[in-house]
Design a protein. Sequence first.
Length: 206
Amino acid sequence: MRVLVTAGPTREYLDDVRYLSNASSGKMGYAIVRAGLELGWEMVLVSGIVDLRPPSGCEFHSVVTTEEMRNASVELFENCDGVIATAAVCDYKPKERVTGKISKTGDPVQLEMIETDDVLAELGAKKQDRWVVGFALEAQNPRENALQKLRRKNCDVIVLNHPSAIGADLNSVELINASGETEQSWSGSKTEISKELIQWLAKRVT
């Protein structure tokens, strides 16, 4: 089994110094990679910039922007059996990136933003006979929004968790299938949850 995992945040630069991003630590994705390696799977990790060392034995690809994550993921997915998309992709970027550094003038600054590539949706559209596990970080109407994301992005299952999971060592998640049913609920450390998820997948995709 060869599995692609996306992890961590992406960055979208306003100028050569400042950027938009989020507080994703990458802990969940890296724990999933370790759990897969323990099971003897080939794990391919595409990660934004995080303060973590890539698990020994995985194939590692470092990226910064959403476009870089999209390009690496689409290419690598071709030779994988499935993908677990934990990355917290930056959804918007400036329409124009300023060269150099934007200087302070004392006046309000207006930024025109455009959407970035939807990495998970593109992988879902290209999956064919491969499987796709998505992650949904939802605060309002969590189950409804997670299920909409699952269907819109052509996932097989989606892992629903709360914004409190960002940067934390502990998590509480719900695994939802395409029918909107809860397959599993897990709470504990991200390491423990990752092992549960990988074991669940192993029973269904191998």
